[in-house]
Design a protein around this ligand. Structure first.
Ligand code: DQA
Length: 139
């Protein structure tokens, strides 16, 4: 099984960025735990702060991989182009948010992406990525 995790803008700063909201673990440390736990799954990781690069990655993996876990960061709330890319590919995409966006500012309550995703995991901290993997295993 081949899974792609894609993290969008500012998520390279996990562990440093607003730790009261996003926790104090770096994504790299968390990823190491995930890869140990799911040793039989290939977990690929990509992070970009650039909208078009996220779209390119979705196109690249979206016709052959078994699943994508996408945390598009703030592009979730703004990007019709990423929503279109999710609709264009065959691989199921699961939208992940570390924080509970519904407890936060109103502008975070709307996602352009959700309607094109298989499901959404919101507010479980970093553990949301593991829950996403579990949901793909269940298919
Ligand atoms: C986020 C929530 C977004 O609103 C925010 O812009 C992020 C991170 C989350 O994981 O909780 O960058 O996607």
């Amino acid at each position: 099984m081949n899974i792609q995790i894609i993290n969008g803008p500012n998520l390279n700063l996990l562990g440093v960025r607003e730790p009261s909201v996003y926790g104090d673990t770096t994504f790299e440390a968390y990823l190491e735990q995930l890869r140990t736990r799911y040793a039989n799954i290939t977990i690929n990781y990509y992070q970009s702060n650039v909208e078009g690069e996220i779209i390119n990655k979705l196109h690249e993996v979206g016709f052959s991989y078994d699943g994508v876990l996408l945390n598009a960061g703030a592009y979730t709330h703004t990007s019709v182009a990423i929503a279109d890319a999710i609709a264009a590919i065959n691989t199921p995409v699961i939208e992940v948010h570390i924080s509970n966006v519904y407890k936060r500012e109103e502008f975070r309550h709307h996602s352009h992406l959700s309607k094109n995703c298989k499901g959404i995991i919101v507010g479980f901290g970093m553990d949301g990525y593991r829950l996403g993997i579990e949901s793909l295993l269940d298919k």
